[in-house]
Design a protein around this ligand. Structure first.
Ligand SMILES: [Zn+2]
Length: 239
């Protein structure tokens, strides 16, 4: 019994339907640190890709992808800090919670952008370059209208947006990096189990953050290795 009590110190009760789980102060701290520690590495990563760029298109792509990466960790950290400090302005907390959700849609679009911009795509597949951003915009409209109302619908939206562009990426003639891409996708999916386990597993949300960080790192590695570090087609033609 004593063990159960000490264990429960780290976790509150599961929230009822359509209510938000209230983390313990330990969980709040873990939620903040797990993403705050990644803001600087994300910025450094963005700068590195920019420096490795051989042309303007690669540079723009590096900024877009890097901004998505930085925004994800930054917005998440600010939201978790505001929630932790129990902001007296509930509307501010509500606003940042929506931003925290919206940034995920844009992060998914940004994560696909290097593959869609820098790899050769068929004429139909090339439309995915703008379609991912349209999906992110649709997700944003959904969040502003139905935030926290239909949690499973929201999850289905994230998974659709996460996997639908993969149908284009996996059909590319150049398949280098697809293993890493799939590996990162699998890590995100495994993390969803913890995303849905608030009040069941202590530190579930922080564990979800770690899965996000790992998956993002695997995807970054693939983008760095196969799209930026390797000489681009332009460079090969020039030499
Ligand atoms: Zn979070």
């Amino acid at each position: 019994m004593k063990r159960v009590n000490s264990f429960q110190r780290f976790m509150n009760r599961r929230a009822s339907a359509n209510c938000r789980y209230q983390p313990t102060c330990y969980e709040h701290a873990a939620n903040c640190y797990t993403h705050a520690l990644l803001i600087v590495p994300a910025f450094v990563g963005m700068t590195l890709l920019h420096r490795l760029s051989d042309n303007n298109w690669e540079k723009i792509t590096a900024w877009v992808y890097g901004m998505g990466l930085c925004a994800l960790f930054l917005v998440s950290t600010v939201f978790h800090i505001i929630t932790w400090k129990k902001s007296h302005m509930r509307s501010v907390e509500h606003c940042f919670h929506m931003c925290d959700r919206v940034v995920i849609y844009f992060f998914i679009a940004a994560s696909y952008t290097p593959w869609l911009n820098l790899r050769e795509l068929g004429p139909l597949a090339a439309h995915m370059r703008w379609f991912v951003w349209l999906m992110a915009a649709a997700g944003t409209i959904y969040v502003f209208n139905y935030h926290e109302k239909y949690k499973l619908v929201e999850l289905a939206f994230y998974l659709t947006m996460g996997f639908f562009p993969a149908s284009v990426v996996t059909s590319m003639s150049n398949t280098e990096g697809l293993h890493e891409l799939a590996c990162g996708g699998l890590i995100y999916c495994l993390g969803v189990f913890f995303f849905k386990s608030d009040g069941v597993i202590p530190f579930a949300h922080a564990i979800w953050h770690v899965f996000v960080a790992l998956a993002a790192a695997v995807h970054y590695y693939a983008i760095w290795k196969y799209l930026y570090k390797a000489p681009s087609a332009d460079t090969l033609l020039d030499s």
